[in-house]
Design a binder for this molecule. Structure first.
Ligand code: GTQ
Ligand code: FE2
Length: 380
């Protein structure tokens, strides 16, 4: 008989304990030791699962939504990607992100709104005449362009082109909701008058002309956007990002992520949103990265090429316009399936939030399979 058996076998005391537990329940409390096993996992516990949402499967529905779901029915026309490990008590793509394919049809104008969650768009399809206006910067978007909507910035969307515009929304809504700090506003006015769209207040291509040349910054550039919750550069052109990747493609690159560039806030060199890190990574023909895992979670959009990501030992194949996620603390390595073509994948992670909260560490596997932990790790 173990000591624990002896303790619980004293029926008189056990009965008293159970009575006390019931009394504590009635007082809206409980003994920590009664739930401790659930509360204190030896490794991060993750409900989300790796998953690929294939554009091939979504295209017909996204286009149909553009035809049969009018603006009156959908204030924004996003088709949210719901992680198969989560139920509707958590309608999200990962623990911290809300990701959607959204479509805006020729001639459409969607009205301005504002919110505390941070948002972003990665443009997939357009003839160059679809736009979003963020805090007065009207940005026409092309494939691979990123535009952010920092927390507390007005934004409205529209399409002046001849073809449907499709982009990927990536928001930190679950983070805002965790802190009970989600707030949305819809009553946009200019000089006290309600308006259906923002009048541009920044000149055309303001972001590019002020911020997109690295190393120098105009002294008179607007340094604060909205409530000062992100980079003053909102719009990042794919041509610029691709050029940055090409410029370093002959370097060794990062063993875990290949030739990768982070989008940075030109004011401080940090990530462009408080809760989200944005990166673009080039996997050269035949490249197969080493495996690592960390306490952030990521969502990827495939911009060029095809390949796969091996997540906790299982292969997840992807092609252009597919979206996939790597949940928290899962080993992952990326493979470009082609020996002749580049693959380029775009990634938004929650690492800045995790780091600020002191919860970040990373495990790296070398080519021999030896694991090294980087950062503040809790001993086993
Ligand atoms: O386009 O501003 O998918 O506010 C969810 C919330 C898109 C948007 C979403 C949003 C938006
Ligand atoms: Fe929004």
């Amino acid at each position: 008989m173990t000591k624990l058996d002896a303790i619980t076998e004293d029926t008189e005391i056990e009965e008293k304990r159970q009575q006390m537990y019931a009394a504590l329940r009635a007082l809206d409390a409980f003994g920590f030791w009664t739930i401790q096993g659930d509360m204190e996992p030896r490794e991060p516990r993750v409900r989300e699962v790796p998953h690929v949402w294939r554009w091939k499967d979504f295209e017909e529905h996204v286009m149909l939504a553009g035809e049969i779901v009018p603006h009156e029915l959908a204030d924004r026309r996003g088709i949210i990607l719901h992680n198969p490990g989560l139920d509707m008590t958590k309608p999200a793509t990962t623990n911290t992100q809300f990701v959607a394919y959204s479509v805006y049809m020729p001639g459409e104008v969607f009205h301005p709104h504002i919110h505390s969650p941070a948002a972003s768009r990665m443009l997939l399809k357009s003839d160059g005449k679809g736009y979003t206006t963020v805090e007065g910067e009207k940005a026409y978007l092309e494939r691979g362009d990123l535009i952010t909507t920092p927390s507390g910035t007005w934004h409205d969307h529209g399409n002046e082109g001849d073809v449907p515009m499709v982009w990927v929304d990536m928001l930190d809504i679950p983070v805002a909701m965790l802190f009970n700090a989600g707030k949305f506003g819809f009553d946009y006015t200019e000089n006290g008058v309600a308006r259906e769209m923002q009048s541009p207040t920044r000149s055309q291509l303001y972001s590019q002309r002020h911020f997109a040349v690295g190393g120098v910054r105009p002294r008179f550039a607007e340094q604060v956007i909205g409530n000062d919750n992100g980079s003053p550069q909102l719009h990042f052109k794919y041509a610029d990002t691709r050029r940055a990747l090409n410029a370093v493609r002959d370097e060794a690159g990062d063993p875990y992520d290949g030739v990768i560039v982070d989008y940075v806030n030109i004011m401080d060199g940090g990530p462009i949103q408080r809760t989200q890190n944005f990166s673009m990574q080039l996997l050269r023909p035949g490249e197969h990265t080493l495996s690592h895992r960390d306490t952030s979670s990521s969502v990827y959009v495939v911009i060029e090429g095809s390949g796969s990501t091996i997540i906790n030992g299982r292969e997840y194949k992807w092609e252009e316009d597919d979206i996939f996620c790597v949940p928290t603390y899962m080993w992952h390595e990326h493979v470009n399936a082609s020996n002749t073509e580049d693959a380029v994948i775009y990634c938004v992670s929650d690492a800045p939030a995790v780091k600020k909260l002191g919860l970040y560490w990373e495990d790296r596997k070398d080519s021999q399979g030896n694991v090294t932990t980087i950062g503040k790790a809790i001993p086993a």
